[in-house]
Design a protein around this ligand. Sequence first.
Ligand code: BGC
Length: 748
Amino acid sequence: MKRILILFLLAFSLNAYAQSAEDLFIEQMLARMSFEDKIGQLNQLEGRIDITVLENEIRAGRVSSIMNIVDKKEIDRLQKIAVEESPAGIPILFSRDVVHGFKTMLPIPLGQAASFNDEMIKKGARIAAVEATEAGIKWGFSPMIDVSRDSRWGRIAESYGEDALMNARMGVAHVQGFQGESLKDATSLAACAKHFVGYGAARGGRDYNGTDLTERELRDTYLVPFEAALKAGCASIMTSFQDNDGLQVSANSWLLRNILRKEWAWDGVVVSDYGSIGQLTRHGLASTRAEAALLGLNCGSDMDMQSKVYIQHAKSLVEQGLVSMETIDTAVANVLRMKYRIGLFENPYSQNETNLTASKQHIDVALEAALESAVLLKNDGILPLDASKKQTILVTGPMADAAYDQLGTWDMDGDTTLTVTPKMAFLSRQNSAVKVIYMPGLEYSRDKDKSTWKAVAKAARKADVIVLCLGEEQILSGEAHSLADISLKGAQNDYVEFLASLGKPLIASVMSGRANTIEEQAQHCNALICQFHPGTMGGEALAQIVFGDVNPSGKLPITFPRMVGQCPIYYNELKTGRSGANKRAVSSLDDIPRGAKQSVLGHDCRYLDAGTKPLYPFGYGLSYTEFTIQEPIVEKEDKVYSLSDTLRFSVPIENTGKYDGKEVLQIYVTDPYASVSRPVRELKEYKKVFIPAGESCVVDVEIPISSLGYYNWDMEYEVSLGKFIIQVSNCSDSSLCSSSKVFNIEVK
Ligand code: BGC
């Protein structure tokens, strides 16, 4: 076995040059702080408590950060108390969950990921930062970069999907959008990468449940987005709630000290998740709250979000010699450093006077994001509708006028008065040719009341086409909102069947926080569009896509299962000894002869009743036009590379259809032979390009050979020698691409 190990320099310095002014400031600050002042800097409080209690805590210097106050005047008033009346006068860091927008809401991160457009993510994060800083917030709890592969898990909505590279690149784009050119700028919002780490792999997809990730899975997949975000300058990270392999992350010094601080040499702030240090008692890892504080402090959680165990117990822990003063000083220094970098000591009060919240400029970004995020899953040719044709459209369904629900899970501050629902968007297009009738049929996603369906049928008879808006209320996804059954709720499935039976063309959109099981429903529709909760402008985006003003260009960032039992399901699973070779697959259990011998169906890694294929694979999404991927032109003719080389090639793509459109070129790499099992394929690059109808473009791709590696059995980063298979396509499943191309390279 010929193989070369590349021991990469894993440690990177986020501040290559010594920042002496910063170091000096922190040193001097620490020198003049009392012990109480220091512990106060490790305490983050909920702002939604009795205001007098809060003011007293601030005055006493017992609060470092306050979350969930979003009134600029109030923020500045409380800040004044901190700066002028607290013993050390250290400003407070006001924080909030700004995840996918503030007042102007963008699609949920899962939807944004469907754009396959990092620049879009950055733009979206920028407008969210501008709006949040206008309200006085300086610290936002995102990006959420948990690789998520199970749609039962309600928080899949908040992530950038199932792929590590996408979470890494989009997480970086989000950090750049939030933090701008400099953290000190008035419109910059300090980012917080969460949830460190592995939270998305909750057993059974049940939120808060533990995970069983091996060190290799962590290093190859789950840590990847975090390393990228921190390298990009992300100011802070948040630990996750769950235990991995029995140890809750706030008490895992291997993750928080060895990986974060030693391997990555990172010097930002580690904040616990809400109450999670106190919850170490519930995990059974600490017998008292004091012991929980001891674990949190000694294992490297700098700031205690809301459980108040540091403020209550740190002093006695230090007095007993259980926690060293050096540990306390290091944690405090991390917090002071972040405040210093934000410029809070120079400008503690709100600075952003841009007045751009909910401006036309921001609404346009929300629309662009909703358009880029819509994924066309099926189209028998009905779409796009011809807007000049005389026609009556029936707009119906529980998400057709759900101004609140279409905003998605983290709309803490989202302004529903800004929302454009499908009903509003279609009605606004009424003219001499287009007539729109609106009847909900179902009032909300869990509604089972069929009493209006007769009237709907009557209206449908007058219609030429039905636009059906299916989906989920926002309460059905997000934190603690996991589902064991991910089919559409209420009477929605019956409604699809009922409408289909009326014999009118049926165009459906699904606005959800996850991938639903919709195989049968898809069969009933002439066209199907996935719009993961699309935010403020989701309805307008739908109308623009249905009428062909904009050609859909989204691709799925997660795999759609056919049945919930397939979860977790993802495109880059590891090879098995019994995958994909089965010629005797059955499409239904009924196809199995009665009394059949055990071996008759072959031995394949699949469910007998669901097969091996998902409903829709990762990277899948249709367009109104046709793209042809041509033979890649590889820079090196012999296609032989050394470990330090970069694979470079150009891919000509032609738009052979009638519509202008955007296509996402996806490059997957397979390592056919390695020292541990490797994924069947892995996304290594994606690029979205606009190509006018009838024209071509050339996409240049660069993939460093060093990025093709993995962690081997000895937990060393290694790149295999020998053949690699490069798949150039527009979907992870090349059989669904109109024209995918494959070539091999050799690494020597
Ligand atoms: C969530 C975090 C969030 C925090 C603060 C927790 O329950 O897990 O994602 O940032 O609350 O609201």
